[in-house]
Design a binder for this molecule. Structure first.
Ligand code: TRP
Length: 343
């Protein structure tokens, strides 16, 4: 199938799902939006439903690279877990944990840092971009070292498959470097790690800027109401040509809405353009609003239902931490053993 939302899983994952352990996750910076949904969440649900061992880290220490945390992080994390549940991630099959809760994961950072040079940490292109975009006066030590901490997220649980966007590739490369050096220097503990790149075309911001992001207010959150969704899409940048065509090169903003509607309806964006025909921007927006609201209605309803149970998220994170802790404890014990730290 060629529909954009039917991204196929790699053949080896489909054939042997039980040979894969996936670690993925994000920084808890706010509500998840439709870019996250089509770019990564749908794929995670697909992996989960295929029987892959899926582990998700809510990377709370990583948030400190670009902002000070002042008290509201638990709300953000709570909302994030509800977003996960709403889209179909199921804690009976998927492990969800906050990495500050896993002491042995964090302890792995020290031996891992000893395996990489300062120069390697400093030339990471994603880190460089984040420093350039940073709203802080000084660059913290964490900014340079969090990619090694991310390696600890991945290696502590023995993951061998990591779904990533382009921006995460340097971190994955560093993870491989750390694993390879550890295996060579001490003992062969860590498996080879594959990247799983999303093939969904990236949605750009509704304001026409290259990226959807919460801070720019140019996206739609999964948890938004139908009315908020309509308001945001009505305000989206388009162009003034009446006849709607799917032409990403010359009409990127129109193409973006067509892609969004197509993803929601599991159709081809060209076919959606034909349906709008001479309806112009107004027709395109009307169709897109309906497509998004229809697709997300059951997801939003599920989210509201899960939110009724005030103890649910705590329970899920507790269970997730138990498993992540037991995996990371076992890894740390092997690492110490391999390094001769037997006392
Ligand atoms: N760096 C990722 C981001 O900013 C979040 C993350 C932390 C992550 N640890 C990870 C992603 C491990 C994949 C695997 O979104």
């Amino acid at each position: 199938m060629n529909h954009p939302s039917c991204t196929a899983l790699p053949a080896d994952v489909v054939a042997k799902p039980h040979e894969f352990r996936v670690l993925t996750g994000e920084r808890p910076t706010g509500p998840l939006h439709i870019g996250h949904y089509f770019g990564s969440l749908q794929n995670r649900v697909r992996l989960q439903n295929h029987g892959v061992d899926l582990i998700m880290v809510i990377a709370d220490y990583q948030v400190l690279t670009d902002r000070d945390i002042h008290g509201d992080l638990s709300n953000v994390v709570h909302g994030l877990v509800l977003d996960y549940l709403a889209v179909g991630l199921d804690p009976d099959n998927t492990t969800i944990f906050v990495h500050s809760a896993i002491a042995s994961l964090n302890q792995l950072l020290l031996p891992f840092l000893s395996l990489v040079s300062n120069a390697e940490l400093q030339r990471n292109p994603t880190v460089k971009e984040e420093i350039a975009a940073s709203r802080r006066d000084a660059v913290s030590g964490l900014m340079y070292t969090y990619p090694a901490h991310q390696a600890a997220d991945i290696l502590s649980c023995g993951a061998n498959l990591v779904p990533v966007g382009d921006d995460q590739l340097p971190h994955l490369e560093l993870t491989r470097t750390i694993a390879r050096r550890f295996n060579q220097r001490y003992a062969r503990l860590f498996p080879p790690i594959e990247a799983l790149l999303s093939s969904t075309p990236r949605l750009i911001g509704l304001d026409g800027r290259d990226k959807m992001s919460k801070s720019r207010g140019n996206t739609i959150d999964i948890r938004d109401s139908a009315d908020d969704t309509a308001r945001r899409i009505k305000a989206a940048v388009t162009d003034s040509q009446r006849h709607i065509t799917f032409d990403p090169q010359n009409r990127p903003h129109v193409a973006n809405l067509l892609r969004l509607a197509a993803l929601c309806r599991n159709e081809d964006p060209h076919a959606v353009a034909v349906q709008v025909g001479n309806g112009g921007a107004a027709g395109l927006k009307k169709l897109t609003i309906e497509a998004v609201n229809e697709h997300f209605a059951p997801i939003r309803a599920r989210r509201r239902a899960f939110a009724q149970d005030p103890a649910l998220v705590k329970r899920i994170l507790k269970d997730g931490s138990l498993r992540a802790n037991s995996l990371a404890d076992a890894t740390l014990a092997q690492v110490k053993e391999a390094m001769g730290m037997r006392y």
